[in-house]
Every structure is written in structure tokens, then in C-alpha cells.
Design a protein around this ligand. Structure first.
Ligand code: PGA
Length: 248
């Protein structure tokens, strides 16, 4: 039985004071649900959120991490540093990081492996561009992201990874994939996991959809059989909107 998991991705939004205001408002609204939830925030907000969400079951996630233990990597943050703060999740391979920060399937793979040595659960993003969809290569492309990104990861570790299917053309555009399009790819992803691992493993993996999820479309997205959650960008910035999505 997969417990739905809905996570916010704040991207590069919110100062500490803004994060604090969100957390206080969200805690007021949050009565506990059957859904697992987390906010993936900028590094500078993480300690504030961990503190304010203490004693609740609201998780906190980072949006990136480096794959080395430590070292001369100016500007980077290690897994140990995130663990030290008490972070529960970390997004890996978001399309914005692939596009603007040279993230590749190979670095995604290294980051997943480093996270899996410790206690932080990775949220691995995948998804095609509009050109790839139009050219009909969407399934090949997502398969390659999975095969290369997950190379050498054991079945036990795979069960700890959350996969977020985020078609690039639906991110921040207001153009959501139709529930059928999202379901089709999430079912395909589970099929790939069966090929790479086995049915039992694939059955346990949480697969989220991301891309313009908002209160108005959360229910039909979440009602799909193979979609176990959502990764929510813009609509996670307002506590009331994010709460409505969790209450889908
Ligand atoms: P969006 O972003 O909900 O604003 O489209 C989703 C994401 O990038 O995770």
C-alpha cells in the first residue's frame, strides 16, 4: 500500500522570514492527513523549517546536494550537512538543474548513491521536453533518464527513492499534463522499474506527477492509479493553496 506523498518545491523563493510566516500559517491549517507531505526549500530556510515543523509530521526537503563526502567544492552543500540540520528529503535532477546547472544522468546517479548511504530520501525528477513529446521520443528519453540515473542502485535502496515525473513543458507554464498523459507516463515508469528490478520493488515506489499542479486540478491528478503524489512548485508558495492540494 503506497501512502500518497505531496511535496512542495519552493525553488528560489522565500527568505527566512517568509518561510517562517508560511510555516506558522501552514501549521495552523494542517490537521494531519492520510497524505505524507514535505516542503523542499532553499538551503537558507531549511533549519528554520525543521525547527518550526518539529513535533508535526510535515517533512522538510532540500532541492540539491553535492555527491562528494566533503572537499574543495565552493558553493556546494554535502549530504552530511543536510543530515546535520535534520532534513528528510532531497530533490535530485530537477529539470531546472539539468538545464541551467549542467546536471546529467551521471551526476544524478552519484547524488542518489550518496544520499542513499545516509538517511535522506531522494526525490528523483525525470521528464521530457515539448520537442521530445512532439517527436514521439518521450518514452525513450524518460527510460534513459531512469536507466542511467538508477544504475547500480539496489532494489532495497530503490524503494526509498521517490520518482517525480515532471514534463518540462508543464513546469511553471500553467499547462498541466492531462490526467491521462500523466498516468500513461507514470505507468510506463513503473513498468521500467519492473524491468530494472521486480514487481514487488516497483509496487512500493512512490511516483509523483509535477507540473502546474494546483488546487483546481489536484483531485483528478491524484485519482489516477499510478500517480501516488505530486511535486508542487508555484502553488506550494501559499499555505492555503498547498493545504487545499493536500486535502485533494
Ligand atoms: P510548478 O513547478 O508546479 O510551478 O509547475 C513544479 C516543479 O518544478 O517541481
Amino acid at each position: 500500500m503506497r501512502i500518497p506523498f505531496i511535496a512542495g518545491n519552493w525553488k528560489m523563493f522565500k527568505t527566512r522570514a517568509e518561510a517562517e510566516a508560511f510555516a506558522l500559517e501552514f501549521k495552523e491549517l494542517y490537521q494531519g492527513t492520510d497524505v505524507r507531505t514535505a516542503i523542499c526549500a532553499p538551503f537558507t530556510d531549511l533549519a528554520t523549517l525543521v525547527k518550526l515543523f518539529e513535533g508535526t509530521d510535515i517533512g522538510v526537503g532540500a532541492q540539491n546536494v553535492h555527491f562528494a563526502e566533503d572537499g574543495a567544492y565552493t558553493g556546494e552543500i554535502s549530504v552530511r550537512m543536510l543530515e546535520d540540520i535534520g532534513v528528510d528529503y532531497c530533490i535530485v535532477g530537477h529539470s531546472e538543474r539539468r538545464q541551467y546547472f549542467a546536471e546529467t544522468n551521471e551526476t544524478v546517479n552519484l547524488k542518489l548513491k550518496k544520499l542513499l548511504e545516509g538517511s535522506i530520501r531522494p526525490i528523483m525528477c525525470c521528464g521530457e521536453s515539448l520537442e521530445q513529446r512532439d517527436a514521439g521520443v518521450l518514452f525513450d528519453f524518460v527510460k534513459e533518464q531512469l536507466v542511467e540515473g538508477l544504475a547500480g542502485i539496489s532494489a532495497d535502496d530503490m524503494k526509498k527513492i521517490v520518482i517525480a515525473y515532471e514534463p518540462i513543458w508543464a513546469i511553471g507554464t500553467g499547462r498541466t499534463a492531462s490526467p491521462e498523459q500523466a498516468e500513461e507516463m507514470c505507468a510506463f515508469i513503473r513498468q521500467i522499474l519492473i524491468e530494472l528490478y521486480d514487481e514487488e520493488t516497483a509496487d512500493e515506489v512512490i511516483i509523483q506527477y509535477g507540473g502546474s499542479v494546483k488546487p483546481a486540478n489536484a483531485t483528478e491528478i491524484m485519482n489516477q492509479d499510478e500517480i501516488d503524489g505530486a511535486l508542487v512548485g508555484g502553488a506550494s508558495l501559499k499555505a492555503a493553496d498547498f493545504m487545499q492540494i493536500i486535502d485533494f
